[in-house]
Design a protein around this ligand. Sequence first.
Ligand SMILES: Cc1ncc(C[n+]2csc(CCOP(=O)(O)OP(=O)(O)O)c2C)c(N)n1
Ligand SMILES: [Mg+2]
Length: 569
Amino acid sequence: MSTSTNRWMKIGDFLLRRLQEAGIGHLFGVPGDFNLELLQQLDDAGTMKWVGTCSELNASYAADGYARLNGLGALTVTNAVGALSAINGIAGSYAEHVPVILVAGSIPLRSIERDLGMHHTTGDGTWNRFLGAFAQVTTAQARLTPHNAATEIDRLILTAWREKLPVYMELPSDIAYLDVEVPADPLVLAEPASDPERLRSCAGAIAGRLSEATSPAILVDQDVDRYGAAAQVMELAEKMQLPVAVTGPAKAVIDETFPYYAGIYNGKASAPATREAIEGSDCLLSLGYRPIDGTSGDFTAALPANTIRARGHSVDIGEINYQAVTLEEVLHGVIDAAPRVTNRAAPQATAAMPAPSADGSAKLTQAAYWEALQGYLRPGDVLLTDNGTSYAIFGFRLPPRCTVVASVIWGSIGYSVGALLGTLTAAPQRRHLLFIGDGSFQETAQELSTMLRHDCKPVIFLINNGGYTIERGYLGKSATYNDVARWAYAELPKVFRPDTTARSFVVKTVADLENALSAPNDSLVFIESVMDPHDAPAAVIHSSNNGAELDYGPRGPQHRENIKLQPAT
Ligand SMILES: Cc1ncc(C[n+]2csc(CCOP(=O)(O)OP(=O)(O)O)c2C)c(N)n1
Ligand SMILES: [Mg+2]
């Protein structure tokens, strides 16, 4: 062990201490007999807070939302039945580059060594199935033992933080109370320093290429947020007067009021000025860009030949691949090496949403809804969205210091409800707004009860349109398979917490909506807006229509007459 002084601690206590030293103040999850002993240690120590959730899936979403604002998140579940319920969320964290630590309280080591069949297993004497399952969707895994715990706990936490990916840790239930020798020093979350020569050459080459170009630009994807590099990107953009576009998953990573902010790049689905800034650039600095259908305008993205590709821990410039460089140090180096530019025009501001003429008594439409919500936003808000017509939030022009939490790549509906519990827990002083459809909400609705239990005060904007409208743009415009049961959504706060002070509204007109929006934020606000199943923002319909072509091909059923929702002509 590298530390000069060691001390003795129980394995479970050491794990909790390390999580806390890594900045994690809350543990989400569901108890079971294989993790109760760890929860008792948490209770006895009284340092970390327990946030029990209704389901492990929701705990995994909550830990993800928490990690997005806090830098790391954690949950604990019981063997297999809990872990496999959480695996969808963990895979989402993997796809979305979010560092989450899953502690699975597992069957005792004794049962493995003596071949004793246990509950919460497949009952066939196999012990490694779930480690194997999680190896597919985490960057590191371990089953703790008394002789590896001190090193494996540190390896997994540090790996999650450095890679910005989830990890899976099995804590067998019969070892949490065993004493082991552990380092006395706190865990330090730090990147290994870059190789000095590689760093100098790489930063010099980037600065050189950017300053030789006539129309250089920067493209930001979500890793810029994960690696905490947004402020540096803005500093570089300001120094060299470079337009900075972001991908959808990186919305709000660059402050949208920043003078060099150039909008959301998404291939041919971008605003023309944004597309020109990126595709017309003669030297593009791409930071973590991952082209998928939703970030490449369905594969119409065309980055310039002279594109520098920087990632968390490596950079590609022309033929040269730089290893042993970290994004933060590279950006520092480029800022230092680059000359200040003072004569380049700032990018054109992207147009704000058109204002529909709203008659207060008129039935609420999607157009009037999103226009009214644009005016509701405040600096510093945390905005969460799920899949569905609520994707319209990507068209918002955001005030300063807002954060957007969404799952554009993984896209598991219901994510945003669990994630909201996580963001509320991580940043209770901020205002949190959830934009969600009825179909998504029905997946994970019960976690609203945990928010009410802990007196959280989010504003929930739920669209009640009787089903999966975004899917109707692919197929089944009026099909019953796209319908959901009509719940009394606005009554749920009362169901989940009978003494609730939540303010609930059922909105049917523009005037109803304006009234609901004037409610103070001193309690949870739940705004259920009833809208037509065939009303959807044009951008959402276009994207669904394109998706159907990609998904089903030229012989698919989407070409039948009136089978999919289409833009009004
Ligand atoms: C776990 C999961 N199941 C199914 C889907 C497919 N899916 C994507 S969007 C969607 C419908 C969302 O409907 P709703 O939340 O009501 O939004 P709307 O478009 O009606 O506003 C479905 C079923 C998914 N993305 N994730
Ligand atoms: Mg819906």
